[in-house]
Ligand binder design. Structure first.
Ligand SMILES: *Cc1c(COP(=O)(O)O)cnc(C)c1O
Length: 414
């Protein structure tokens, strides 16, 4: 498998062995962590390319050091492709990852202590949307909207009430654990009414937006942030897109306010990922992600499980294990033993604590990249059900693991 790491092997067999073991793990298990994927070989090669050797503080044509002929070319190419792919006026590809991208937006759009409004972590929001243990909750006057108890969908009446009350500099929408479409227009109307900017964080769904199976936040959002490594399937990294009039503020926030030299190896790899996302095959992949999630939802409901919101419209599902009377953690641990890797997750209005939540979050991006389809989703859900019924039966879990492993041999990883 790892035929391209001969230098690593020669220099450091200890690291080589660990990388090979991780590669085998990624091959032999069913990976359902909703934020993960398999990047292409091309993306991984570019990530490991000579651009890792270059310092390029500044922006194309405005750098601090010499020797920027090719860093300028690669950054212009990457940002032009991002703009074409998402249909936006300005793109900044330098954020090291999704959280630094969001930090830059706070820096650009608000002063310390200013009011901001984001989705609460227990409702599916991200730490950087104002949660108290993050910089965003610590240094800003962060307020949170959540979900409607009945529908488990975003409570727009609450969003509007809080927006009027709090008068936030910006409203941030987008989530890490929300199985439904985000209504960007509805958020934009509320933001406009109270004179707030709208920030859409599409970290999880960027690949679905690029693939045309989730509505785009453009043109209604003022700023859009994303990671490049989740459904978008690029290298680990961040991206900020915005309207022209905010371009200067965003660029200054990323550099020099928050970061030094950009990671040009990561930028080169992101350029490739954007190119891949513009191909017809990517649309097929994005549509299959959603079809696979839908097939899984059907299978879960058939097996008697409860899903948050009753189903899914994107790449992820939240299984509520409350009816089974067990927590998500022991189930996630048993699933790992059985070769199915996912994470326990809070469900809306969870009555268990955040370290012992009631749900399991599942995403279909990685298995879709491997070429798995509806039939495999059915098999995965039946293994899930068998695992839940055999939590402490190690022999049963090992039997499932052997079956999982056998299926995985039929599906290539990049
Ligand atoms: C993953 C995620 C991020 C942060 O990305 P990192 O690259 O892990 O820093 C930000 N926002 C949302 C909604 C996410 O899901």
């Amino acid at each position: 498998m790892t035929d391209n790491l001969q230098a690593v092997k020669a220099v450091d067999s200890e690291v080589y062995d660990i990388i090979c073991a991780e590669e085998a793990r990624q091959h032999d298990v069913v990976r359902l962590i909703a934020s993960e994927n398999y990047a292409s070989r091309a993306v991984m090669e570019a990530t490991g390319s000579v651009f890792t050797n270059k310092y390029s503080e500044g922006y194309p044509g405005r750098r601090y050091y010499q020797g920027q002929e090719f860093t300028d070319r690669i950054e212009v190419l990457a940002t032009d492709r991002a703009k074409a792919l998402f249909g936006c006026e300005h793109a900044n590809i330098q954020p090291y990852s999704g959280s630094p991208a969001n930090l830059a937006v706070y820096y650009a759009l608000a002063e310390l202590g200013d009011p901001v409004l984001g989705m609460g972590l227990p409702s599916g929001g991200h730490l950087t949307h104002g949660w108290k243990v993050s910089f965003s909750g610590r240094f800003y006057d962060a307020h949170h909207y959540g979900l409607d108890r009945e529908s488990e969908r975003i409570d727009f009446a609450q969003v509007q009430r809080l927006a009027r009350e709090v008068k936030p500099r910006f409203i941030i929408c987008g989530a890490s654990a929300y199985p439904r479409l985000i209504d960007f227009e509805r958020f934009a109307e509320i933001a406009q009414e109270v004179g707030a900017k709208l920030v859409a964080d599409i970290a999880h769904i960027a690949g679905l937006v690029a693939g045309g199976v989730h509505p785009s936040p453009f043109p209604v959002a003022d700023v859009v942030t994303t990671t490049t490594h989740k459904t978008l399937r690029g290298p680990r990294g961040g991206l900020i897109m915005c309207k022209k009039e905010l371009a200067k503020d965003i660029d200054r926030a990323v550099f020099p306010a928050l970061q030094g030299g950009p990671h040009m190896n990561q930028v080169a790899a992101a350029a490739i990922a954007f190119h891949e996302a513009m191909q017809p095959a990517f649309k097929t992949y994005a549509a299959q992600i959603v079809a696979n999630a839908g097939a899984m939802a059907d299978a879960f409901l058939e097996q008697g499980f409860r899903l948050v919101t009753g189903g899914t419209e994107n790449h992820l599902l939240l299984v509520d294990l409350t009816p089974q009377g067990i927590g998500g953690k022991p189930v996630a641990q048993a699933l790992e033993r059985a070769g199915i890797v996912c994470n326990s997750n809070s469900i809306p209005f969870d009555t268990r604590g955040p370290f012992d939540p009631s749900g399991i979050r599942i995403g279909t991006a990685a298995v879709t990249t491997r070429g798995m389809k509806e039939a495999e989703m059915g098999r995965i859900v039946s293994w899930f059900a068998r695992t839940v019924a055999a939590l402490d039966d190690e022999a049963a879990l090992d039997t499932i693991r052997a079956e999982v492993n056998e299926m995985c041999q039929d599906f290539l990883v990049p």
